[in-house]
Design a protein around this ligand. Structure first.
Ligand code: FES
Ligand SMILES: [Fe+2]
Length: 423
């Protein structure tokens, strides 16, 4: 349970809020690279409560500007994208990717340049990596070092998709971190969970969880004893504030889930699939998109809403489906988040033992907010973290081995099946 004040502190992300200011210190995923074409349609989007527009200029670089034209606020999403800038269709003012007004054809020719120089336009620096355009919305002259995540350097084709959910970003993140729901919410939709009849029969169904705190968040192992006396560990990395690196099964691509605040009541859920050795295989790609919508920028748009109980099927529940939510299993997560209301009131909850990870994470956020008030860039992002070494791992090893000692970059080849040590 949180006080109402702390719930506000953790959930509100607009400009001037403590969390909003802290999150603005960090590079933030904004839009899919592939959604922007040179001289093509600008893309309106909302991030941390601000209405913005992204566009790919003639030379291929990406600009992010305020959505409202600085003249009289018409939408720059309607602007012409030409000659390395956006030209507003209302009166023809033109702005380049650096936010500089380069033409104001409605002003007298002699004073045009001086006038243009006085027009302020909000704009943010961008970077492209891993098929995503990232922005820095902070106030510092120099943004922190850009994340060199492993998924920014896929050896070949990866897959990145986004879903837009009507729930505050923190309930999205907390849903990702909550492992206790796997055996319930997803028990029918993910067949190889330990308590089902899938290929993981024989597992110790109640894993024990262990953590190592890291400057960027934490590393977590779900440890299960196998019948042959060895241990199966699923090791996940959590890079706060947004990134959860989820282990795949043997030989499968890796998944990173990223939950980013659109505003206080909406969040963008990025699903990033990459394979360390090559393109994401076709069967996996197919599995990832199976029973989802066609739009890579909002792939779960067909999930329904509270008025139709998100298409929950009571018949299916009677016939053995646990949740009655029959689409792709990630829909179950999104629907649960939406069912909590747009901003979950954490002063009304009643936490139990299985919520330890949620409590720990909130504490880390509250501490980071305090530190930030003293000028510290959150989660070690101002330092020299080797983000490229951060990865998830599913691995089997002898009981005597301490999972904390495993080199995540070069894991030992103990495991046979159930291990991705060979990855
Ligand atoms: S509103 Fe954009 S140029 Fe006038
Ligand atoms: Fe889930």
């Amino acid at each position: 349970m949180l006080s109402k004040e702390d719930n506000e502190r953790l959930t509100r992300v607009g400009p001037g809020t403590p969390m909003g200011e802290m999150l603005r210190e960090l590079w933030t995923p904004a839009v899919r690279s592939a959604s922007l074409v040179a001289d093509g349609a600008p893309k309106p989007f909302r991030l941390l409560g601000e209405d913005l527009v992204a566009f790919r200029a003639t030379d291929g670089r990406v600009g992010v500007l305020q959505k409202a034209c600085p003249h009289r606020c018409s939408s720059l999403a309607l602007a012409r994208n030409e000659g390395n800038g956006l030209r507003c269709i209302f009166h023809g003012w033109k702005i380049d990717i650096s936010g500089k007004v380069v033409d104001v054809p409605t002003e007298p020719r002699e004073t045009r340049e001086a006038f243009a120089a006085r027009v302020p336009v909000k704009h943010y620096p961008t970077q492209e990596a891993g098929g995503i355009v990232w922005v820095y919305m902070g106030k510092r002259e120099t943004p922190p070092k850009f994340y060199d995540f492993e998924f920014h350097f896929p050896p070949a084709d990866s897959l990145v998709r986004c879903a837009v959910v009507n729930g505050n970003w923190l309930q999205g993140l907390e849903g990702q971190l909550d492992s206790a729901h796997l055996n319930f919410l997803h028990s029918s939709s993910v067949p190889n969970r330990p308590n089902s009849t899938g290929n993981m029969v024989g597992y110790d169904s109640a894993p024990s969880f262990e953590f190592i705190e890291k400057p960027y968040g934490y590393r977590e192992a779900a440890l299960r004893n196998l019948p042959d006396g060895s241990v199966y560990a699923r090791i996940r990395e959590v890079v706060l504030p947004y990134y959860s690196f989820i282990p795949g099964n043997h030989g499968e691509p890796r998944l990173v889930v990223v939950v980013v605040p659109i505003d206080d009541e909406w969040s963008a859920h990025w699903y990033y699939y990459m394979h360390p050795f090559g393109p994401v295989p076709e069967w996996y790609r197919q599995q990832a998109v199976d029973r989802t919508g066609p739009d890579d920028d909002d792939f779960a748009a067909d999930r329904g809403n509270e008025a139709n109980a998100w298409h929950q099927s009571r018949d299916a529940m009677k016939n053995g489906h646990f949740s009655g939510l029959l689409k792709n299993f990630v829909y179950e997560d999104f629907i649960i988040e939406e069912s909590m209301g747009p901003i979950m009131d954490r002063s009304q909850e009643f936490l139990g033992t299985s919520d330890a990870v949620i409590v720990r994470t909130r504490r880390m956020f509250l501490k980071a907010l305090e530190d930030h008030e003293r000028g510290i860039v959150p989660f070690g992002a101002g330092g020299n973290i080797d983000y490229r070494a951060i990865r998830s791992l599913a691995i089997r090893f002898p009981k005597e081995t301490d999972w904390r000692a495993i080199d995540m970059k070069n894991p030992p080849a103990f495991g046979q099946k159930l291990s991705d040590a060979a990855q």
